[in-house]
Ligand binder design. Sequence first.
Ligand code: GLN
Length: 457
Amino acid sequence: VSAVEAVQAHLDRIGEVDPAINAFLHINTDEALRVASEVDKERSLEDAMHPLAGVPIAVKDLIVTKGQPTTAGSKILEGWHSPYDATVVRRLRDAKMPILGKTNLDEFAMGSSTEHSAYGPTRNPWDLDRIPGGSGGGSAAAVAAFEAPLALGTDTGGSIRQPGAVTGTVGVKPTYGGVSRYGAIAMASSLDQIGPVTRTVLDAALLHEVIGGHDPHDSTSLTDPVGALVDAARNGDVRGMRIGVIKELQGDGYQDGVQARFNEALDLLRQAGADVVEVSCPNFRYALGAYYLIMPSEASSNLAKYDGVRFGMRVVPDGAPTIERVMGATRAAGFGDEVKRRIILGTYALSAGYYDAYYGSAQKVRTLIQRDFDAAFGQADILISPTAPTTAFKLGEKLDDPLAMYLNDVATIPANMAGVPGISIPGGLADGLPVGIQFLAPARQDARLYRAGAALE
Ligand code: GLN
């Protein structure tokens, strides 16, 4: 097929199924077709082109794109256009990948179900009454529903991997600093990473190689080359690989069907020649609590810039239009409840008198989690757990219970706290719904994720 045919087929599919799924907030028809036709023309010249040239992709609407709107799933950015492209978007354009559009998410990436989007929830293509995970439910649902072969997500506490798990797609959170965050709207800067959402491990490796590598625009960007990820994904040899089962991330609290698929995955890896061992990470039990102090603290600072002056929406209340009153009215109208909840939590945790007790303690827990990882990676080359404790839950089920919603991230959050890379791979079905298997590797060893992931696929 030509690139134009590939793009048109996906646009048709979006037209057919997206009214029910709501994965897309914006569709970029003209530009996607134009890029595809350029690829078709150049291909006839038999120039060496990138293997993903002409392959369409969807981009989470937390990542800025010049010439298309970027909303972060929030009313406060409705109608706003970025004057520049995120580095990852620039790299997609350089590889001549047509961008199909922008995908739905929980407002400012805060959530595990995409129900906190200001533009309505996304539905899981496996069962339209169920959530597609979050915050990147739009990207995962688009890939699962064949609306896009590839997508980009962002992962601060699991927002690529958990949606991957519950939609039966592959999701990768790269090593912190491995993919530039320039142009990813910041949620919690010390935890955020952009990564691939795909249907196969090899596709994820191809995309990761396109977007990864040093970027001078991101001060936390690593200088290492991105690594031979595609080779690792093609290899899939786990003979002699020591795979550590994280004792604390299974059993109690994990749905029976999830645990059963996980145990089968371990059997498969043993049969493939891996050496499966048990490791203990005792401090992981504090990860969720510490995350919900660090993440809101950073977010409360990052979201201060939505002041009714610099970006998007401005609400001018009746009476004297002082800066404080405009800011207050804009933020009251522009932010949803979950965002407000986290800003309040974060400003509280950072306030004088509470800082040491909350933020300071959480940072200490973060160090303990890093030490648990260091110890575990002394015994194993790679770690394994279920990606999420349950399969996709019903829309509305956890909407009134933030703590129950937060618990869905118990297994994904430790990786963000330590900056290590993780991948979620489809691991079969439980009661007809997808289950995800997660691998975690030491920082800068993303290639191991692809090697182990390919063995399970
Ligand atoms: N679900 C988690 C949260 O609500 C993770 C979000 C994310 O990774 N962006 O914070």
